[in-house]
Design a protein around this ligand. Structure first.
Ligand code: SAH
Length: 348
């Protein structure tokens, strides 16, 4: 097993059989070795710096029905909200005071925010904060819409592919198209965004073969960022009674992603911190190098409920920032407050 891990460390690639063998048969001792190799790789590329992104959850309306997600259209119990341009700008001002250099605008697929509205939001943020990066995470749009947002100043786009298995994708996403999701990612790359793909771990029905497909898809796409986290059930979804993903599996996959894509920006996600109080710290030690604290206004925190038990819904932005800094330092890393673009990226 060490031989395979060393090969991955050196070549940043394993074929299907090697990778499946590794995921199927990894022991606790091998895991520790894999994690140490991943950590070494992160240190070589990014040193011990951890980048912060301020997350703004600006709408929980969604037209889709992803079976795992608490804000799916069919969930009539979700208490829906939208933030106005002014509210979003207020949040950015607060974030700027706390030294955030990236604002991530995330939401459901909400047609209330037309392209013109999204463009206005991007332009206003960029006008007030020209040095800051704007990241969008608002789902599948046409090439032209993505292009408009990019031309308005958006720098990055997060769109998890969710799973590289078409079969599993179709089970999880009624009336959506796997091909379209993948095409969106290639379009975003073509336009010039820093692109983030990613997937969940421990979704009902997901197998180790599926993770092999995910890693090979990521290797082919070469995204600048990868977001992964455990699946966590939400009580008002069809997956309410299913098991959650585990920290152990998520950590192994974080380490594998770091070794497949050495210079990727890789968050230790809120979902990972939700299933284990030290989940994010464990993620950082296994190759993650980004944390995305919540900047959303207090009054909407509980409502942006993708899964049950989400942490930090009761902490003011300033507290979140302090808490996260402490966690990063105690885990042996240092907080980095620059924009944190991927080292290979330049705006075209
Ligand atoms: N509408 C946007 C943003 C989705 S929310 C989009 O389509 O990209 C961001 C991510 O949260 C999703 O991509 C999904 O991977 C994750 N997520 C949703 N429900 C979840 C759950 N129950 N457990 C863990 N992660 C979940």
């Amino acid at each position: 097993m060490r031989r395979i891990i060393d090969k991955l460390y050196k070549e940043n690639y394993l074929d299907k059989n090697e990778l499946l063998d590794l995921i199927n048969n990894i022991t606790d001792k091998d895991k520790a070795y894999l994690i140490s190799r991943a950590h070494e790789t992160t240190m070589k590329v990014y040193d011990n710096k951890i980048y912060l992104r301020g997350l703004i959850e600006f709408t929980n309306y969604c037209k889709n029905n992803c079976v795992y997600c608490g804000i799916r259209a069919a969930n009539k119990k979700a208490d829906r909200y939208r933030l106005s341009l002014e509210e979003i700008l207020d949040v950015c001002t607060q974030g700027d005071r706390l030294e955030y250099k990236t604002f991530v605008l995330q939401g459901g697929e909400d047609d209330f925010y037309t392209d013109d509205k999204i463009v206005e939001i991007i332009k206003e943020i960029k006008r007030k904060f020209p040095e800051h990066a704007v990241t969008l995470s608002i789902g599948e749009k046409s090439y032209n819409s993505y292009k408009k947002y990019y031309d308005a100043g958006a720098d990055r786009y997060l769109l998890r592919h969710e799973t590289a298995s078409k079969e599993l994708y179709n089970k999880l996403h009624p009336k959506m198209s796997f091909e379209n999701r993948i095409e969106c990612l290639w379009n975003l790359k073509k336009i010039g965004y820093q692109v983030g793909a990613g997937f969940m771990i421990g979704v009902p029905g997901q197998t180790n073969e599926d993770y092999v497909k995910d890693l090979h898809f990521l290797k082919e796409l070469e995204p600048h960022m990868v977001g992964i986290g455990p699946f966590i059930s939400h009580k008002d979804t069809p997956l309410a009674n299913e098991q959650n993903g585990t920290v152990e599996k998520t950590i192994v996959l974080l380490a594998l992603i770091r070794l497949f894509l050495p210079d990727v920006l890789l968050p230790a996600t809120t979902a990972l911190g939700t299933i284990d109080p030290l989940g994010r710290e464990k993620g950082l030690k296994a190759g993650a190098n980004v944390v995305m604290p919540n900047l959303s206004p207090m009054k909407v925190r509980e409502k942006y409920s993708l899964y049950d038990g989400k942490i930090c819904t009761g902490d003011e932005a300033a507290e979140c920032r302090k808490c996260i800094e402490g966690r990063i330092n105690r885990a042996g890393f240092s907080l980095e407050m620059s924009r944190g673009d991927n080292i290979k990226w330049r705006r075209k």
